[in-house]
Design a protein around this ligand. Structure first.
Ligand code: ARG
Length: 276
């Protein structure tokens, strides 16, 4: 069936989020961050609450991890782990500023009773760089997660991990350049990938939605799909139109304060995938 005529069915999801109570930009580890620019933490919290409420209104479950003072980037829960079939691969961060988030997230999973929890030996920044399709784990490298981290994920999950090289520092995590829409459908920004990786994406997803540079630059690919609703930054109006034409329901979210840290919808959302 072609992507345009397919019937779309939302599947209820379970997400982990972290309230941005301590959000700030005090260091710069990606080109979006400028510590000289003021941050309105109250506004960040209000925008984050609207995103959480939106997920709840769509019928999803939202769990919350307690934010830790001194870890301003902890709001980007996508980086905290990768969870597939109830198995938890912890994160190990590239930058010292975020290192303590790894154990903080691991503790949460252990406290919640997850039993298969793996403390990683190699650098991986969770769902920032690991995106799960029906068959594969798509895995970014070039800025944050390492190739050894990819191999570790493949061994732990027993799923083929497809390495994709990112080449534009503005799109430093895979989830800033690509989003999974359904088991076998994705949207991405071709300009963010090395030529060979772009060819791999064309081979695996010949029908993919391709983002314009303008939609990519407003973080339009930092999106969360439940198979029907696609929550994405509201400024990505071109992408919203492309999604609507394929039978998805795009829903714009306003997360402008969190963009100052280099993150948006997907960065704030970690999917907890149980056994299916
Ligand atoms: N300031 C954070 C960093 O540079 C933003 C992380 C955004 N998260 C994401 N999943 N892309 O690490």
């Amino acid at each position: 069936m072609s992507a345009t005529t397919r019937t779309r069915t939302p599947r209820p999801r379970r997400y982990l989020m972290c309230r941005p109570s301590h959000f700030d930009v005090t260091y710069a580890i990606n080109p979006w961050m400028d510590p000289a620019k003021p941050v309105d933490t109250g506004l960040a919290v209000a925008q984050w609450e609207s995103l959480r409420d939106l997920y709840l209104s769509l019928g999803h479950t939202v769990e919350c991890i307690e934010p830790v003072a001194g870890l301003p980037d902890m709001v980007y829960a996508a980086n905290g782990a990768t969870v597939i079939d109830g198995k938890v691969l912890g994160a190990r961060f590239r930058n010292a500023e975020r290192a303590a988030e790894g154990p903080a997230y691991l503790d949460w999973f252990r406290e919640q009773g997850f039993t298969e929890v793996h403390d990683p030996a190699h650098i991986n920044e969770g769902e920032g760089d690991f995106l799960v399709t029906g068959r594969y784990v798509l895995a970014g490298h070039g800025y944050r997660s390492s190739r050894d981290g990819h191999a570790e994920a493949q061994e732990f999950f027993g799923r083929p991990v497809i390495g994709l090289e990112l080449t534009d520092p503005a799109y430093y995590h895979l989830d800033t350049a690509l989003a999974v829409l359904d088991d076998d459908e994705v949207m991405y920004n071709p300009a963010a990938f090395a030529p060979g990786s772009r060819a791999v994406l064309e081979r695996l997803f010949p029908d993919a939605v391709l983002a314009t540079p303008r939609d990519a630059a407003v973080f339009g690919l930092n999106a969360v799909s439940d198979g029907y609703h696609v929550v994405l930054p509201e400024a990505a109006t071109g992408l919203a139109g492309q999604l609507r034409a394929r039978g998805f329901q795009p829903i714009g979210a306003g997360l402008t304060e969190l963009l100052k840290g280099g993150g948006s919808v997907k960065c704030c959302t970690l999917e907890l995938r149980g056994p299916r």
